[in-house]
Design a protein around this ligand. Structure first.
Ligand SMILES: [Zn+2]
Length: 281
């Protein structure tokens, strides 16, 4: 990602930000000639999580006439950061420093700055959601397995996880036949939702158009181990299937094409995938 990075210890500031309702994490950047004074849209990493933020770089004579300070207001975070060494990423300078004639004028400007940063971040997040990040993977070397493909954030919170259940290695050029894809879709869409551990956290289960696997979206509480365990439970409960009666919803009322299915090939594909999960997890 772009941006200028500052990694430094958070020290006590002048508490002015706190009085204004904008508490800040303050770092000394006296030696950073590569950063110009001004207000920035930024990000800060705290205990491994990235928070959206806005930062001010400048001289604060009332605190330390020799210092130059990076003051970062972290959105949606409450906690003591003094003494921690944190990483701030300055993403975009949004304005120069300026003098304010009153506290209320300063506060109004800070609110305006914050609104800009939040709106920009929301737009960026919305864009991320529309990107099919799967296309960034080199499919020539991709193996079978269970992959966390992308994470979606809503209101700056990690919200939905998107998983790839890759049944076939694309390089092998042996995709699942359409009947298998359709049969597994019916069985998993139904039985996985009934699973005691992850059932209520499933957002969607759907086939990949390339017929090499399935997309599973879950809430962020779910881990790869949870998914592997749930798939194994469903497999033990439902497989092998013997007749079309075992395929939930395969009828003209509930399905667009109830004549597309496979019995033996589905049993084989599921058995193979469960074995793969056992090997990789
Ligand atoms: Zn169907």
């Amino acid at each position: 990602m772009e941006g200028v990075v500052v990694e430094a210890e958070v020290v006590t500031g002048n508490q002015l930000g706190r009085k204004l309702g904008f508490p800040t994490a303050n770092m000394n950047v006296a030696l950073r000639a590569d950063i110009s004074n001004g207000v920035y849209r930024s990000q800060i990493t705290i205990d491994g999580r990235v928070y959206q933020a806005m930062s001010n770089v400048g001289v604060r004579p009332s605190v330390d006439s020799t210092g130059r300070w990076l003051e970062t207001h972290v959105f949606d975070f409450h906690g003591n950061l003094y003494g921690k060494t944190l990483t701030v990423r300055l993403l975009e300078k949004i304005r120069d420093e300026r003098k304010f004639h009153s506290v209320s004028e300063l506060r109004a400007q800070l609110e305006h700055d914050m609104e800009y940063c939040r709106e920009y971040n929301n737009e960026e997040n919305n864009m991320k959601k529309s990107v099919v990040s799967s296309f960034d993977v080199d499919h020539r070397t991709l193996r079978e397995g269970l992959y966390l493909r992308s994470t979606y954030t809503i209101n700056e919170q990690l919200a939905v996880l998107s998983w790839d259940l890759r049944f076939c290695a694309p390089m092998d050029r042996k995709p699942l036949e359409a009947g298998v894809v359709h049969t597994i879709e019916h069985l998993m869409a139904y039985h996985l939702r009934l699973d005691e551990t992850i059932g209520s956290a499933i957002v969607s289960f759907c086939p990949m158009g390339c017929q090499t696997g399935f997309y599973l979206s879950t809430m962020n509480s779910v881990t790869a181990a949870d998914i592997a365990a749930a798939l194994t439970r469903v497999y033990n409960k439902v497989f092998p299937i013997a007749t079309t009666d075992d395929i939930v919803g395969l009828n003209e009322i509930q399905c667009g094409n109830p004549y597309l299915y496979a019995i033996d090939a589905t049993n084989e594909a599921m058995s193979n995938y469960i074995k793969i999960l056992r090997e990789v997890l």
